[in-house]
Design a binder for this molecule. Structure first.
Ligand SMILES: Cc1cc2nc3c(=O)[nH]c(=O)nc-3n(C[C@H](O)[C@H](O)[C@H](O)COP(=O)(O)OP(=O)(O)OC[C@H]3O[C@@H](n4cnc5c(N)ncnc54)[C@H](O)[C@@H]3O)c2cc1C
Length: 387
C-alpha cells in the first residue's frame, strides 16, 4: 500500500522534498501551509498596480556554485541571467558594494591599483587587535575605522538592533573586500532570476496527482495525524514545541511599499549605511527583470526590528543563548517518532535558496533509503553541524 506523508510548509524545503519523495517512494503527499500562497518566503507574484514581479518577503536572487542545483531548478522553469550590483549610500554619496577597488578609490579619492590598495588598507587596519571576538573588532582589525564607520557601523546597528561590538566576529567573516573592480554581489557561477518568479518554480515542482497542496491550513503543535506514515515539518522549531524552552531569537523586516512613474533609484538595491536613515535598504523590483519594460515602478523600504510573537521570523540571531535553547529543542525532537524537521526555520539557520534545495534533495534520498529498508528515519538533515 502507498505510504502517506504530510509536509508542513510550501516553501522550497517542502516542495523539493515532495518532488523527490514521490520519485523515490510509492507514496501520496499532502502539503499544508498556513499562508494563502505557495512559495514560503520566496513567494513572488505580479503587483496588481504596476504588473511588476514582486518578491513579497524581500528581494531574492538565485545563486549557486553547484551545477546540479542550477540544472535542477532550470528543469522546471526558465531562468534568465541576472547580475546583482548593490549600491551603498553614505553621507549623500553613492558607492559600489561589496567593498572593492572602486569603493576604496572613490571613498578616499585615490587611484590605487590592487597591490597599493592592499598595502593602504593594511595601513588603516588596527593591528593591535590580535584576536577579535566581536563584529566591531573584527572590522577594525581588517579594514580600519574609516571604512568600518562608513559602511558597516550604522547599517549593522540598524539591521541587528544592537551595537556591533555585541555581535559575534563571525558575522563579518562573511563580508568580502575585493582588490579588483568586480562588483558582482553573488560571484557564484550560476546566478539568475526565474522569468515567471519563484512561486512558479514551486508550483511546477509539486505538479503531480500524488501531491495535494492545501493553503490557509495551519499545523498546530500536538495535533494527531494517524493517517500519515510520517510528518515533515518546515516551520519554526520553537513553535512546534510550544516554546517550552523559550523563544529562538530572530530579527524581522517591515516593508513600506511605494509606487511612482518611471525609475526611482536606477538599480535593484540601494543600502543606506547612515545610522540617521531609519531604513536599511530600498529594493526596486523592476530591476530584477531587466528584460521586462514597465512605465511605473514599485519599490520597498526595509525597516529591521526585533521580532514580536505576531511578526514573521526572518534572520536567526543565533546568539549563545539561542544556541543553548536550540540544543534543547533538537534533543527533544530526536525523542519523537514519525517527525522530521528541515528548512531554515526548523533548523534555525540562515540558509539561501540553493542551501535549502540542496539539503532537501539529499534529505529526501536519505529518508527514502531508510524508509525502504526499515532503518531509523532521519530527524534533521544537518546532523554533524547540529547547532
Ligand atoms: C529578506 C531575505 C532575503 C533573502 N534573499 C535571498 C536571496 O537573494 N537568495 C537566496 O538564495 N536566498 C535568500 N533568502 C533566503 C530564502 O528566503 C530561504 O532560503 C528560503 O525561503 C527557505 O525556504 P524554506 O522552505 O526552508 O522556508 P520558508 O520559505 O520560510 O517556508 C516555510 C513555510 O512553512 C509555513 N509554515 C510555518 N509554520 C507552519 C504551520 N504551523 N502550519 C502551516 N504552515 C506553516 C510558512 O508559512 C512558510 O510558507 C532571503 C531571506 C530573507 C529573509
Amino acid at each position: 500500500m502507498a505510504a502517506k506523508f504530510l509536509i508542513v510548509g510550501a516553501g522550497f524545503s517542502g516542495c523539493v522534498l515532495a518532488n523527490r519523495l514521490i520519485k523515490q517512494l510509492d507514496c501520496t503527499i499532502d502539503i499544508i501551509d498556513e499562508r494563502s500562497h505557495i512559495g514560503g518566503n520566496c513567494h513572488t507574484s505580479r503587483d496588481e498596480e504596476t504588473g511588476i514581479m514582486v518578491h513579497h518577503y524581500g528581494p531574492h536572487i538565485f545563486n549557486t556554485d553547484k551545477k546540479e542545483i542550477w540544472d535542477f531548478v532550470n528543469s522546471f522553469v526558465e531562468f534568465r541571467p541576472y547580475v546583482h550590483r548593490v549600491k551603498a549610500r553614505v553621507d549623500d554619496k553613492i558607492f559600489p558594494l561589496p567593498i572593492n577597488l572602486m569603493t576604496i578609490n572613490q571613498y578616499f579619492g585615490k587611484a590605487l591599483d590592487p597591490k597599493q590598495a592592499k598595502i593602504f588598507l593594511s595601513s588603516l587596519a588596527d593591528h593591535s587587535i590580535l584576536h577579535p571576538t566581536n563584529f566591531e573588532d573584527q572590522a577594525l582589525a581588517f579594514i580600519g575605522k574609516d571604512l568600518y564607520r562608513a559602511f558597516f557601523y550604522g547599517y549593522t546597528k540598524k539591521q541587528w538592533g544592537c551595537e556591533p561590538r555585541e555581535l559575534p566576529a563571525s558575522i563579518l567573516k562573511r563580508i568580502p573586500v575585493r582588490f579588483n573592480y568586480d562588483d558582482n554581489y553573488h560571484p557564484h557561477p550560476y546566478t539568475g532570476i526565474p522569468v515567471e518568479g519563484y512561486s512558479a518554480v514551486m508550483e511546477k515542482m509539486i505538479d503531480s496527482p500524488a501531491i495535494k497542496l492545501h493553503l490557509n491550513r495551519k499545523f498546530f503543535p500536538g495535533e494527531q495525524h494517524e493517517e500519515y506514515n510520517h510528518i515533515f515539518y518546515t516551520g519554526p522549531l520553537d513553535t512546534f514545541f510550544q516554546f517550552c524552552f523559550g523563544r529562538l531569537g530572530y530579527r524581522t523586516v517591515t516593508f513600506e511599499r511605494n509606487v511612482q512613474d518611471g525609475d526611482f533609484q536606477g538599480t535593484a538595491q540601494m543600502n543606506f549605511c547612515d545610522e540617521t536613515v531609519p531604513y536599511t535598504r530600498i529594493s526596486e523590483h523592476k530591476h530584477f527583470t531587466p528584460w521586462e519594460k514597465h512605465d511605473k515602478t514599485v519599490y520597498f523600504k526595509e525597516y529591521s526590528h526585533e521580532t514580536t510573537p505576531s511578526d514573521e521570523p526572518y534572520y536567526p540571531k543565533r546568539l549563545d543563548a539561542d544556541k543553548r535553547i536550540l540544543f534543547d529543542y533538537r534533543k527533544k525532537a530526536a525523542t519523537l517518532n514519525g517527525f522530521s524537521f528541515l528548512g531554515r526555520l526548523a533548523t534555525y539557520r540562515y540558509m539561501d535558496m540553493h542551501n535549502v534545495i540542496d539539503e532537501a534533495l539529499h534529505f529526501a534520498t536519505t529518508f527514502a533509503q531508510a524508509f525502504k529498508t526499515g532503518k531509523p528515519l532521519p530527524v534533521f538533515p544537518n546532523i554533524e553541524d547540529s547547532i
